[in-house]
Design a protein around this ligand. Structure first.
Ligand SMILES: NC(=O)c1ccc[n+]([C@@H]2O[C@H](COP(=O)([O-])OP(=O)(O)OC[C@H]3O[C@@H](n4cnc5c(N)ncnc54)[C@H](O)[C@@H]3O)[C@@H](O)[C@H]2O)c1
Length: 356
């Protein structure tokens, strides 16, 4: 039987499209591209053997002209709401880069629009499929340290060129913490984020306009308290993740969440750390590869993935609560249980077609 094909219109031909392109499978067919930069359109034309008629500088014209099943939107986040709405309105499945928008209410509106139109909405959050997080998830699920109740997470890197974040109000939260928060949800799937208290700052050497370094405490249900640091203005790479459970502790040390050179150590309760290769047997692969395998299945009518627009509302709730807390001098802001983020935690009948 031949592989079903998903005809894709690509919008925004910058860095993340370049990262995704090698991870697509035989199911993928590019049928059009949109970008205001002629050189980006020309490069995509060569890469995907497209005719001139498939190249557009404007999304509305492309949506009117191109027969496609899905629209993949990798533009700056402030364009997402209008572009995703336009694609859903004409009945296309949408995959949008993270953050799906910069605002929780907008994200919830997009989820509702997609449900009403009967199309899928997905968010390009692939980091939970890194070998590192898959290894830790498997270790925790197997009871490696018992019930997790304390976690200490630090991941910041020197990124002295703000590039696409030069004007961002919240560079660390939207660009970096969204992946971290999604990974926490992957590692602790039975826990619900209850509240966050957040502090943001800029070291004197920072080149960002917004708070490029963020410290926070995040409380999850089940008595799990997580101490968080993330950002872009450290002086050297920093990745350390320590999880303490009822039966012991796990320590992971490396360079960055996306770098697989991780060292793992495990200690029994009240004991000493010893090396433990918890990632043996977990395949190293680009996280967009398993991401796209799940996305393909979802678009073709399969299971809803963790990165559906609806599931991703939990990440948006955590981000927006963090921003509220920063704006409120670090006060504690409720996440689940906060009426503002109700759509993220509402129970939906998964059997209903509108749940897509
Ligand atoms: N998941 C990840 O690991 C990851 C990594 C990097 C970026 N991102 C996200 O991807 C998105 C894009 O980031 P990037 O790094 O690829 O940025 P980029 O600047 O490299 O690319 C953005 C592209 O969008 C194009 N564009 C601008 N306005 C447009 C419009 N109106 N219509 C169509 N195209 C338009 C630009 O010309 C550019 O080619 C952001 O939301 C970012 O947060 C995700």
């Amino acid at each position: 039987m031949s592989e079903p094909v998903i005809r894709c219109l690509w919008v925004g031909l910058g860095a993340v499209t370049g990262i995704m392109r090698p991870q697509l499978g035989p199911w993928h067919r590019a049928v059009g591209v949109v970008d205001p930069r002629p050189e980006a359109r020309a490069a995509a034309q060569v890469a995907w053997s497209l005719p001139d008629s498939a190249l557009f500088a404007d999304l509305d014209r492309a949506l009117a002209a191109v027969e496609c099943d899905a629209v993949i939107i990798n533009t700056p986040a402030d364009l997402h709401f209008a572009q995703i709405s336009a694609a859903i309105a004409v009945g296309r499945h949408v995959l949008a880069a993270k953050p799906v928008t910069n605002d929780f209410a907008e994200a919830a509106t997009l989820v509702a629009l997609a449900r009403a139109r009967g199309v899928t909405l997905s968010v390009g959050q692939q980091i939970r499929y890194n070998r590192h997080y898959r290894s830790v998830a498997a270790f925790l699920a197997a009871g490696g340290i018992g019930e997790a109740q304390a976690a200490f997470f630090m991941n910041s890197k020197p990124r002295p060129n703000p590039a696409n974040l030069a004007r961002s109000d919240q560079p660390a939260l939207y660009e970096n913490a969204c992946h971290h928060f999604d990974s926490f949800l992957a590692l602790f799937p039975d826990r619900t984020p209850e509240y966050i208290a957040c502090d943001g700052f800029r070291p004197s050497w920072s080149t960002y306009v917004g708070p490029c370094m963020v410290n926070a405490t995040i409380a999850f249900s089940g008595g799990l308290h997580l101490l968080y640091h993330g950002g872009f203005s450290s002086q050297a790479p920093m990745y350390e993740f320590r999880i303490e459970g009822s039966a012991g502790a796990l320590r992971c040390r490396g360079l960055h969440m996306s770098n697989d050179t991780m060292g793992y150590e495990v200690a029994p309760a009240l004991g000493q750390f010893a090396s433990s290769a918890i990632d043996v047997g977990v395949e190293a692969q680009d996280p967009f590869r398993p991401f796209f395998a799940h996305w393909r299945d979802y678009v073709l009518g399969g299971a809803e993935p963790p990165f559906s627009g609806r599931n991703n509302l939990k990440v948006m709730a955590m981000l927006c609560a963090a921003i509220d807390s920063l704006a409120g001098d670090g006060r504690r802001v409720a996440i689940a249980g906060n009426p503002r983020y109700e759509a993220a935690f509402a129970r939906v009948d998964a059997a209903a077609p509108s749940a897509r």
